[in-house]
Design a binder for this molecule. Sequence first.
Ligand code: SIN
Length: 323
Amino acid sequence: MKKLLLSAAIMAISASALAQTTIKYSHVVANDTPKGQSALKFKELLEERSNGEFLVEVFPNSQLYNDDKVLEALLLGDVQIAAPSVSKLNRLTKKLQLFDLPFLFKDMDAVTCFQESDAGQELLHSIDGKGLMGLGYIHNGLKQFSASVPVRVPADVDGKKFRIMSSDVLAAQYQAVNAIPVKKPFSEVFTLLQTKAIDGQESPWSNTFSQKFYEVQPYITVSNHGLLDYMVITSNEFWGSLSEEDQKMVSEAMSEAIAYGNDLAAEINERDRKTIAESGRSEIIELTPEERQQWVDAMRPVWAQFEEEIGAELISTAEACNK
Ligand code: SIN
């Protein structure tokens, strides 16, 4: 009798293990960042609500893939969810270059306004049909320059090498101020800065802090010149393998996790700005309105370079969110 009960229990455990769906969620930043927190919230919500039907494994800090490799991994079914920066998805749809235009969004409210608009939602689905689909946008924040020299005006970066994500708009942005853009994966930035292979980089405070860039960059300029936001994506194949009921459960958990991360984003960036300032490792340079205007004047012509690929109407819709 005991033997019978034991085998029944073993069979029940194996059946439930067989029915379990594992979702690997790969990203490149630390857990204590807006995206990291959103990913962990997704794990918590989905595992709890599915009563163990889903197991979510979150791989932060490029542990599994960097953003240049993760799309391939999604298509191959090696991971099920990723959240690359929108800048790294430009190669799928040129219209996504919009998000990289320098000085496009005045603040994160303007970004939210655009992402929630019909045009923003259409852009979210602009990658659909390429084997991938967008599940939502996650905020990080506006970017600041950090450098090995004090940076106040465009002339200060003349001939300096800045790491950028794989985006032609970002390359053009640095060329517009006679700096040298260097496209490199996020996971390599700290070492490139530490060894002085490059002179600077651009990130929101949360990445500059969590990746310790500020420990090897003596100057940070409060430029707010561009945006770092993400698109949560999955593959059509994975999505199609889920029942309608499961798709609903995953979508709902994801929407709540995104809202959670987005609500935290400003707070995390402000906390990290303060910690960097208090550390005394980097001098934080505030620009005068005249200095900032020099950057706007130098970088704004980049818009015209990409207007045809992005679409003038889309740019105007985004600009209209700067209330
Ligand atoms: C990220 O925040 O996911 C990485 C951004 C970068 O590559 O600079």
